[in-house]
Write a protein that binds this ligand. Sequence first.
Ligand SMILES: Nc1nc2c(ncn2[C@@H]2O[C@H](COP(=O)(O)OP(=O)(O)OP(=O)(O)O)[C@@H](O)[C@H]2O)c(=O)[nH]1
Length: 292
Amino acid sequence: MAERSTPWSLGGALRGMFAKKTIDDDTWEDLEDALISADFGPDITDSVISQLRANVDKYKTTDPADLKRMLRESLEERFAAYDPTLTLSARPAVVLVVGVNGVGKTTTIGKFARFLVGHGRTVVVGAADTFRAAAVEQLATWAERGGAQIVRPQMERQDPASVAFQTVEFATREGIEICIIDTAGRLQTKSGLMDELGKIRRVIEKQTEIAEVLLVLDATTGQNGVAQAEAFIQHAGVTGLVISKLDGSAKGGFVLAVQERTGIPIKLVGQGEGINDLTGFTPHVFVANLVG
Ligand SMILES: Nc1nc2c(ncn2[C@@H]2O[C@H](COP(=O)(O)OP(=O)(O)OP(=O)(O)O)[C@@H](O)[C@H]2O)c(=O)[nH]1
């Protein structure tokens, strides 16, 4: 697959290092700087470098090209330790989308609907973000672009859990395969709003199991996203992460840091504001783009 130029590629940071003839002390320092600036965090950086140093000793190589290959393999193995497969076999398969304000939930839902419709699935989205009337309209626009139907609140400020319930009911009645529920953005520190997610879950589970709870994290926030993730994991039973806005971020390493810290797989990646700018997460492709 052709490599894409990405803002989060380590290519630039590593170029000088891999242009040298042999591995020397500067090589290790440059590699450490590159990993830290990409937001892998100190723990992953130390562990990757120790592993690479051990491999370089073991294979007695001094060739930077070998080191690059080992870096690629080491990162790929770490990324691939988690299963990025979406579990959407239930009918209807209910997907709850959660996250803090403005991370890209609504946009992600539109793109995800398009992705699923492109694979021949039928989709309905539920507007359980009932705090802002504009949020419902925004979701409706994205649902239309994505080729999905929408269930709207029947009155202002309707209980979000009841909109979620009605969406699942609609999907069951109409035989729609996948049901994606939008929720209002909320700060992870607001316990009342976090409890509301629990209520939405319980109400949906009266009808069917929830197939996926996807937490959207904005790549530009970097490691701060980990704190957000932990609170949502505790309250919402997150089963997968969506990394949005990777196109505007130099923090490719955050993607691994958040996955290792939370133990939850990344399942989707958003790289742009267009309807087609969402893909599944493929460690091999991601690392090829990251390391070059
Ligand atoms: N560049 C870029 N922008 C994105 C991406 N995903 C979302 N955005 C932008 O991020 C902004 C917020 O997106 P929304 O989808 O409205 O976010 P939200 O989480 O639903 O927001 P609230 O409902 O207010 O919590 C919009 O301007 C989107 O166009 C992405 O992958 N790349």
